[in-house]
Design a protein around this ligand. Structure first.
Ligand code: R2B
Ligand code: URA
Length: 293
């Protein structure tokens, strides 16, 4: 079910020709080299986020908590890792929309080849907060691009294409409810997707900086006024691709710092580990609630 999505597109007519054995290049396997329906056919959730190490850990934690086996890394390339724990796939997506877009397209093809009908995609990530304390888990209500529009901008054949960015309201509300039940500090709000970590997020600690400190604060205040609670680097692409495919999706990012207080991500290791685990605890509690695992 995906109540809030209304512009679903069919899969590409060219890739699924009977005579073509599709190869998922960045996953390192294809329909000819792996029995995709046998391995992925029962998938219900695809959990994704930037770091390969974190996603291996999340998969292992989930397997341990739910007392089910964790697969080996199913990826046959060194670009992405793929773990499976029962009906949940854990796939990292790297940093930024170009890397994420590759991972999503190959994941959608993977689900298609596996015969999976309506998987839910959830991004579990990190972000910089705006006006919220570090450690807050932001469940996004929408994704805003670097020009502050609610779209994902793609350049195709030399043309600028803007597509809507939509996330599933039912999944979001259920996640917030679980967060409240579990006493996880959860907020909802818009997420700004920047195209880089430094200038694109108006940091003062990059190598380059041709704006002033007051410009940074004016920008952050402007974002705050538009309802933005956090900044990361993948939300527009994630929200656009999942809604084009018709898959329910949610974005759950912990804030590592309050950008109103600084730019450097420099928090004690134990705090970092605690914060990074929060999206995992929230999302897995939700998944276990809806699947009964
Ligand atoms: C959040 O953290 C990463 C940058 O440090 C990026 O992938 C993102 O969206
Ligand atoms: N990830 C980002 O993209 N920005 C931050 O400030 C922290 C994490």
């Amino acid at each position: 079910m995906n109540g809030s999505v209304n512009n679903v597109e069919k899969p590409n007519k060219y890739f699924d020709k009977k005579d073509k054995a599709d190869f998922l290049y960045h996953f390192g396997f294809g329909v000819d080299t792996l029995d995709i329906p046998a391995v992925f056919g029962d998938t219900k959730f695809v959990c994704t986020g930037g770091s390969p190490g974190r996603f291996k850990l999340y998969a292992e934690w989930f397997a341990k908590e739910a007392n089910i086996p964790c697969s080996e890394n199913l990826s046959r390339s060194d670009r992405f890792v793929i773990y499976k724990t029962g009906p949940i796939c854990w796939i990292n997506h790297g940093m930024g929309t170009p890397s994420l877009s590759i991972m999503l397209v190959e994941s959608f093809k993977l689900m298609h080849h596996a015969g999976v009908k309506n998987p839910t995609f959830i991004r579990l990530g990190t972000s910089g907060g705006i006006g919220v304390p570090p450690g807050t888990v932001v469940v996004s209500t929408g994704a805003m691009n670097a020009e502050l529009g609610d779209t994902y901008v793609q350049i195709i054949a030399g043309k600028r294409i803007e597509r809507p960015t939509q996330l599933d309201s039912a999944v979001r509300e259920a996640l917030v409810e679980v967060g409240n039940e579990k006493n996880i500090p959860v907020e909802t709000g818009k997420t700004m997707c920047a195209d880089d970590f430094y200038e694109g997020q108006m940091r003062l600690d990059g190598y380059f900086c041709d704006y002033e400190e007051e410009d940074k604060y004016a920008f952050l205040r402007k974002l705050n006024g538009l309802g933005v609670k956090n900044i990361e680097m993948e939300s527009t692409c994630f929200a656009s691709f999942t809604c084009r495919a018709g898959f329910p999706s949610a974005i759950v990012c912990v804030t590592l710092l309050n950008r109103m207080d600084g730019d450097q991500v420099q928090i004690p290791k134990e705090k970092y580990i605690e914060y990074e685990a929060r999206p995992f605890h929230l999302v897995t509690a939700y998944i276990r609630k809806v699947t009964g695992i």
